[in-house]
Design a binder for this molecule. Structure first.
Ligand SMILES: [Cu+2]
Length: 474
């Protein structure tokens, strides 16, 4: 059976001779060309540089040998300015400034970026010219800035794209995963009732090493050592006790985002409860709502640190009601869906994790396999700071639920934008003419690609070929 599965998988690749081209064509290649902005002139004293979303201004910075920069964050989120292979500012909070001493740099041309994940790709890249024949930086400044950093190497970018896509597909063929990394999030947690009729859930908050992409290990804030934390599923009217042990250095609480709880259990310290101090435990006790709700759980205190670094998970009460038998845009829905997988898809874009799907960045993201005739139920949760338009190639997504509310009028999309705090549940039901390996990604192109190829919020939906009639499908 395993061999047959292997063969099925291989035949997917065999059938699609241009599999790599598939993924390459999936997303338009973004040329990360240098934008020739204004040049600063170098007089004596620190040179002013301003950071914002997602720009370094000026994009070409001229300083004398031994000079320094005053770097101001004029944006709305933390940024830094780092000389590639050289000195860097710490992360600078919005509205704050830092001085960057460049005395260690010899005369020459350097790349500068913001190294917060995704920011360079989004445009926070520039050129630093130390000791150039700068001041005034004539109109030829733009072309010299261009040649000094070099024209983008499009061939190298194409090669990197092919290598990355190949590695991803090879890993999928071999392991059924993305390129393997340590750690898996969203492990299903379905508690059972104890003798007193309560379902007990134990969560532990701690900071862990998390392999966000192959070889890149970051400090993540986690529940039960997972990013995302366990996917909790309970039933309507369940009596719940949820104990949090705080092994982080920060006060904790848990907010049950989207779940109807009594005021005292809303998890907003210090208003509805005392803060759970480092080393302490605290138990929430409430009865789950009498109806289905789809929520998420995360800290409310210090969420700008703990949530973006990984403390989040799906919290589901009961099953998502499905639009069986309805007609949507002329397409009759089945009387019974063959839902084989219900998958949380947690989006993040900040902190140490950066742009990720379920705590992993491409090529560590998990490809999803759906056979013809199966229905995949995907629930998006946005725990980040930006909206993400999630685009699945070819196969329509049927939106059946927004936040906690099943839709009276479900609708089809190919791209669904999920903003911070939002949840959507969609159904994906491949048809026989939708066999293939389909790119599935955030359509903000800098969230899906860098000059090194596919990156960050990219995965694949794999629809294996239908076996010939008479042959067992298993
Ligand atoms: Cu995005």
């Amino acid at each position: 059976m395993a061999r047959d599965q292997d063969r099925t998988v291989l035949s997917v690749f065999g059938a699609l001779t241009a599999v790599t081209a598939f993924l390459i064509a999936a997303i338009a290649v973004v040329a990360i060309a240098n934008k020739d902005g204004s040049s600063s002139s170098s007089s004596s004293g620190p040179v002013a540089v301003s950071l914002s979303e997602y720009k370094i201004n000026p994009s070409t910075i001229n300083v004398p040998v031994g000079g320094s920069l005053t770097v101001t964050n004029a944006g709305t989120m933390p940024h830094n300015l780092s000389v590639t292979g050289g000195p860097a500012t710490p992360d600078i909070a919005a509205g704050k400034s830092a001085t960057l001493d460049l005395a260690s740099l010899k005369e020459g041309t350097y790349e500068v970026t913001c190294t917060i994940p995704g920011h360079a790709a989004a445009g926070m890249k520039g050129t630093l010219v130390v000791g150039g024949s700068s001041s005034g930086s004539s109109s030829s400044g733009s072309s010299s800035a261009h040649s000094s950093t070099g024209t983008p190497d499009y061939q190298a970018m194409d090669d990197a794209m092919i290598a990355g896509a190949d590695a991803y597909l090879a890993a999928f063929t071999k392991y059924g995963t993305g390129v393997p990394t340590k750690g898996t999030g969203n492990v299903l947690l379905e508690p059972v009732a104890g003798p007193d009729g309560y379902k007990q859930i134990n969560l532990e908050a701690s900071i862990i090493d998390w392999e966000v992409e192959p070889g890149k290990v970051v400090k993540a804030w986690s529940y039960n050592g997972q990013v995302p934390g366990p996917a909790i599923k309970v039933q309507p009217n369940d009596k719940l006790r949820i104990t949090l042990k705080n092994n982080t250095p920060m006060g904790q609480d848990i907010h049950w985002h989207g779940i109807s709880t009594p005021f005292g259990q809303d998890g907003v310290s210090p208003i509805t409860q005392p803060m759970i101090q480092p080393g302490e435990s605290y138990t929430y006790e409430f009865t789950a709502p009498a109806y289905h709700e789809m929520g998420m759980y995360h800290p409310h205190n210090g969420g700008d640190i703990s949530v973006v670094n990984g403390m989040y998970g799906q919290f589901q009460v009961g099953d998502v009601p499905l639009p069986t038998g309805k007609t949507v845009s002329g397409f009759k829905q089945p009387d019974k869906y063959n839902v084989t997988q219900a998958i949380p898809m947690v989006l993040n874009d900040a902190g140490n994790l950066g742009l990720t799907l379920n705590g992993k960045a491409f090529p560590a993201t998990q490809p999803i396999v759906a056979k013809v005739g199966e229905t995949l139920q995907v629930t998006y949760h946005n725990e980040g700071l930006m909206c993400h338009p999630m685009h699945l190639h070819r196969i329509k997504q049927l939106v059946v639920e927004k936040d906690d509310w099943p839709l009276d009028s479900p609708y089809f999309v190919d791209t669904l934008t999920i903003c911070p705090g939002e949840r959507y549940t969609v159904l994906i039901t491949p048809t026989p003419d939708e066999v293939g390996i389909w790119a599935y990604h955030c359509h903000i192109l800098t969230h899906a690609e860098t000059e090194k190829g596919l990156a960050y919020m990219v995965t694949a939906l794999v629809v294996p070929p239908v076996p010939p009639a008479g042959k067992s499908a298993t």
